[in-house]
Structure formats: C-alpha cells, structure tokens
Design a protein around this ligand. Structure first.
Ligand SMILES: C[S@@+](CC[C@H](N)C(=O)[O-])C[C@H]1O[C@@H](n2cnc3c(N)ncnc32)[C@H](O)[C@@H]1O
Length: 296
C-alpha cells in the first residue's frame, strides 16, 4: 500500500485503516461478540473463569476502562478509535455520560454506528490529529487504536515522537487531573522467535494491518512523560490469547457464511492471523497493556 502520509502524522494512513476495517461489517459481525467490540476482553479470573463468556468479558473490559478514566457520569468523553461503537453505547446508556464523541477512520464503522442513532453521541470520521473539539473533555478512552499511531519502519525516536504528539493533543483537551484509559497491544519481551513466528508477523503486517507497528511499552511511557503520570498499569497477554481463540472458534463455526460474504481468501487470511495471534500472546511475543494516565 503506497498511500500518501499526512504531513505531521506518522501513523497508518486512512487508506491502510480502511483496508482492514472496511472489509465488511457483516463479516466482522459474524465472529465478534454482539457489541462488535474488536479488542482484547477482560476475562474473569475468579472461580467462575471457565464459564465466562466473550460478551460478559467485553462488557467487563469496557467498564474497567470507564472506571479507570473516571468517565462515569462525566459531561464529555472522547473515544479515540471508536470502532463500531460499543464503548460509546455503554458510556451513554449505562454510565450516564452527557456527550460522547467517537473518532474512527473507517467509513463502514461510522455508517453502522450512525444508523444506530445513539443518544448524546457524535461519531466523526476523523484522525485524532485533525480533531479540534469546541470544548475540553472530562475523560479520554482509547482501546486498540494506538497500534496504528506509528507506521512500520520508523526508528524508535520517530515512534516516540509520534506517540508524544498524541499525548500532547490529549493533554490539551483535558484539565489537570483528567485521565486517559489506554488499551494497546505492546511488543512482548520474548525475543526468541522461530521462523514461523517471523513469517506470521510479516504476513500480518503485509496483509492484515498494513502500515502499523506495535509499540514497545517503554515507548508509550516515555512519550507520555511530563504530560501524564501513570496511575495504573496491567499486562494481560493471556486475555488476548483467549479473546482471539474465541473469535477464531466463532469464525470457524460460521465459515460458510463468512466465505459467502468475504470470499475464501479473506477468510483463510483471517483464520491464519487469528490463529497466529493466539500463539504470539501465549508465547509472549506480544503483550496487552491497559494503562491509566492522569494529566499533570
Ligand atoms: C481495533 S479497532 C478498535 C475499535 C474499538 N475501540 C473497540 O474496542 O472495538 C481500531 C480503531 O481505531 C481507529 N483508528 C486508527 N487510527 C486512527 C486515527 N489516527 N484516528 C482516529 N481513529 C483511528 C480505527 O478506525 C478503528 O476504529
């Protein structure tokens, strides 16, 4: 993919984002949970862990991040990378938020979401770099979008600069003490990779998420320095292994319908990507960071 990169923006282009998220809403609806949340869930790790469901684990994740951002009951909340809107819906229907704004680069996501006409919700097809809110926000949540904020092939310094730009913007939209709840994949610390793992990672970069490079946790934290304090941090790779495994099971169970919608090649590519990703989290080549930042 050779789309032009916006000046001042070092993340994946809108074309690269649409390559993935605009494949087909019906295709994603076949194997995501009913809320169409497309990020790692938060699984129950208590005595009932085995009987937990993807639906319940996704709700638990959304509520965990809402609580971290102190977004419940807030006047204005921003969701950077809102997907098909599961967080926006929960903010206005369960958590009493006055006005929820969601940013996405995917036309298909925005179309589906606008069709649902959620109350007190604004959906914008807009890069966070171009976002100019009329009023500040009380809280910001971003789930599974940060992975797209630095293009493949940048140096570490360039990635940190790109992430710093994001934190600068967020800081300018929040009051002192305002919070960001951020969930993102991060590079894992098991650097021993066999050839198949390397091939699968290259396949995912080339065919599934073009132009996107996953950050190292240290890069995320460095980029937020002097703007935000970290007040909570957890790493849940096993939660993403279980989530991807559940998505793969659902896709396999509905394979015939999936092929009818998206074609054999796409379905085979998604089976390979989801299966490989279960392995990457299990083997700690990837981690899953949930971080709460507080503006200083
Ligand atoms: C994996 S989806 C996650 C969606 C949702 N947060 C969820 O949990 O289901 C990533 C989202 O980030 C959005 N995104 C990626 N880069 C973006 C950018 N620069 N500005 C705004 N949205 C962006 C995509 O359009 C997509 O909606």
């Amino acid at each position: 993919m050779t789309a032009a990169v916006q000046p001042g923006y070092a993340g994946a282009t809108a074309e690269a984002i649409r390559h993935h998220y605009d494949l087909s809403n019906d295709f994603f609806a076949l194997w995501l949970d009913e809320s169409m949340t497309y990020t790692c869930a938060l699984w129950d790790d208590g005595p009932d862990a085995a009987s937990d469901t993807l639906e319940a684990a996704q709700r638990r994740k959304l509520d965990h991040l809402v609580e971290g951002a102190r977004a419940a009951g807030a006047g204005r909340v921003l969701d950077v990378g809102c997907g098909w809107g599961s967080l926006l819906e929960r903010l206005v229907s369960v958590h009493g938020v006055g006005h929820a704004v969601g940013l996405t680069l995917s036309d298909s996501q925005a179309e589906l979401l606008r069709g649902r006409a959620l109350p007190r919700t604004e959906v914008r097809v807009e890069n966070w770099l171009d976002h100019e809110p009329a009023e500040p926000y009380d809280a910001i949540v971003s789930i599974g979008a940060f992975e797209h904020f630095a293009r493949t092939g940048l140096s570490r310094a360039e990635r940190v600069a790109a992430y710093r730009e994001f934190f600068e913007r967020c800081r300018s939209w929040l009051p002192a003490g305002g919070r960001i709840a951020l969930q993102t994949n991060v590079k894992g610390n098991n650097v021993r990779m066999d050839k198949q793992t390397v091939r699968d990672l290259m396949f995912i970069i080339d065919h599934i998420f073009p132009e996107s490079e996953i950050p190292a946790l240290a890069e995320v934290l460095e980029a937020a320095e002097k703007r935000f304090d970290v007040v909570r941090l957890r790493n849940d790779p096993d939660h993403y292994a279980r989530t991807c495994g559940e998505w793969l099971n659902r896709l396999t169970a509905r394979r015939e319908s999936a092929v009818a919608i998206a074609g054999e090649k796409n379905v085979a590519d998604y089976e390979r990507y989801l299966g490989a990703t279960v392995g990457h989290f299990t083997n700690r080549h990837l981690g899953l960071a949930r971080i709460v930042f507080e503006a200083v």
